[in-house]
Write a protein that binds this ligand. Structure first.
Ligand code: ADP
Ligand code: NI
Length: 213
């Protein structure tokens, strides 16, 4: 198991080398670390959680549209590492359930999947979440904020994927929905404190924007 985890860490480090849109190697490592801690608190199968967390973005639809459907990257890595076929299927199933899909988002079927889903979403919140949102916005040529463009709430998966807006609107369109989508109590508590921090940040942002001294 240790070798499998070590190999997965090496694999994602190489795969995400030139990735700057918010799904980089360090995002994966943060998700892995937080998922591991939640797994211990929630008595989940820690090996399944660790390996699924490490591989959760390797077939992401935005980064790797051609391998997304059959999870080819994850499957090949696990096969090369001699993982049993039924475990490979379980891990690929978990990976396919993780992503945020607007109002079409559903909790993953297994406890292990729900934990990785929570860990991935927690990394979109808090200080890191703010940094990732602005990094993504810059990478996609979006403006930071425009008071004349209002956020679009309650989007379906298709609407969410095709929607172009400002980075501040993204807080309202996705990030502030995440708290209520958390599956585990542990993640819910972390999400509440991270969201409060972001709301404080936005208050300061708007004050500075409006020239309030
Ligand atoms: P997932 O991790 O569920 O695949 P995304 O790809 O939507 O979700 O998000 C990855 C990171 O990029 C998150 O930190 C998210 O906040 C950020 N992000 C995604 N879309 C936007 C956007 N339109 N504006 C700013 N940040 C975004
Ligand atoms: Ni992710």
């Amino acid at each position: 198991m240790t070798t499998l985890i070590e190999n997965a860490i090496k694999y994602v480090k190489e795969l995400f080398q030139n990735e700057y849109s918010g799904h980089d190697y360090f995002h994966t490592i943060r998700v892995y670390k937080i998922a591991k801690q939640i797994a211990i608190k929630e008595n989940a199968n820690i090996e399944t959680v660790m390996i699924s967390a490490l591989l959760h973005d390797v077939d992401d639809i935005k980064l790797s549209p051609n391998t997304n459907k059959n999870k080819d990257n994850a499957r090949k890595f696990l096969q090369d590492n001699k993982v049993e076929e039924n475990i490979i299927n379980l891990i690929c199933d978990i990976i396919s359930e993780i992503s945020y899909k607007g109002i079409d988002s559903k909790p993953a079927k297994t406890l292990e999947g729900r934990i990785v889903q929570d860990a991935d979403r927690l990394d979109a919140l808090g200080a890191i979440g703010i940094a990732r949102a602005f990094a993504y916005g810059g990478n996609h040529n979006r403006v930071m904020y425009d008071p004349d463009i209002l956020p679009c709430l309650n989007m379906t998966e298709l609407e969410y994927r095709n929607h172009i807006s400002t980075t501040v609107n993204h807080f309202y369109e996705k990030l502030f929905n995440l708290k209520s989508l958390m599956n585990t109590q542990t993640a819910k508590e972390i999400a509440i404190s991270r969201e409060n921090y972001m709301k404080e940040y936005l208050k300061t942002f708007i004050n500075e924007w409006d020239g309030v001294l």
